[in-house]
Design a protein around this ligand. Sequence first.
Ligand code: IPE
Ligand code: IPE
Ligand code: MG
Length: 243
Amino acid sequence: MFERKNTEARRIPRHIALIMDGNGRWAKKRMLPRSLGHKQGMERMIGLLEHAFGLGVDYVTLFALSTENLQRPKEELDGLYDLIRQHFAESMERICSRGVRLRVIGDRTLLPKDVQEILQDSEKKTLSYEGKGLNVALCYGGRAEIVRAVNNAVKAGTSVTEESFSKLLYTQGQPEPELMIRTGKESRLSNFLLYQAAYTELYFSDKLFPDFSDEELERAIVWYSKRIRRFGKTDEQLETEKK
Ligand code: IPE
Ligand code: IPE
Ligand code: MG
């Protein structure tokens, strides 16, 4: 199931990053509590992961909770932690059991202790897997990730190159995301993967995350397939290189 299912019109990215935004608005529209929006979002997330890995995507990085989100009301955060306790670990383990390495990225020490343990147990079960990965960003901030990497370099007393610096990031050893999708009608990065997304194609969807279907994901991939990735060069140069 893991072979990349490329067609003429569809080039499957190796790494997709996903900003899952709009759960709260989805719930509000239905006069439901925000927590139900997050529950619906979590279910959609699981479906999307199965679809993405089924299409042959190698790496998925999910933005599940930002450093800034920690300022939200305690009740909302407790609801999110409960979702991790009740559903997340089990579902992630099922998805990852087919050879996907699970990594929780971000400052996990900001999570409740028992949640940290649950996540660590799930990660441990996938330690031996290589070549496929699921990164779940929790208490994650792109600037914090960069500052952490800088401090590690300073501690080691070394200067860095772009290549060696990328090895100090949570995503070390993984290809950079070719495609980043943000749902929920906003067109910003909100501090996600600031270093890794330097050349990522950015796709903004008006769908609120619980409404972002498998077909919407395929639409984003088709859109990505039509992009000409020049990396600073001219079209003529790209044509010559193809020959
Ligand atoms: C994204 O949905 C999920 C998290 C940030 C945890 P939001 O909760 O930001 O949903 P909106 O933007 O309020 O609709
Ligand atoms: C970004 O969504 C973070 C996640 C999806 C986890 P936010 O809803 O927190 O983003 P802003 O605050 O609107 O930029
Ligand atoms: Mg939001």
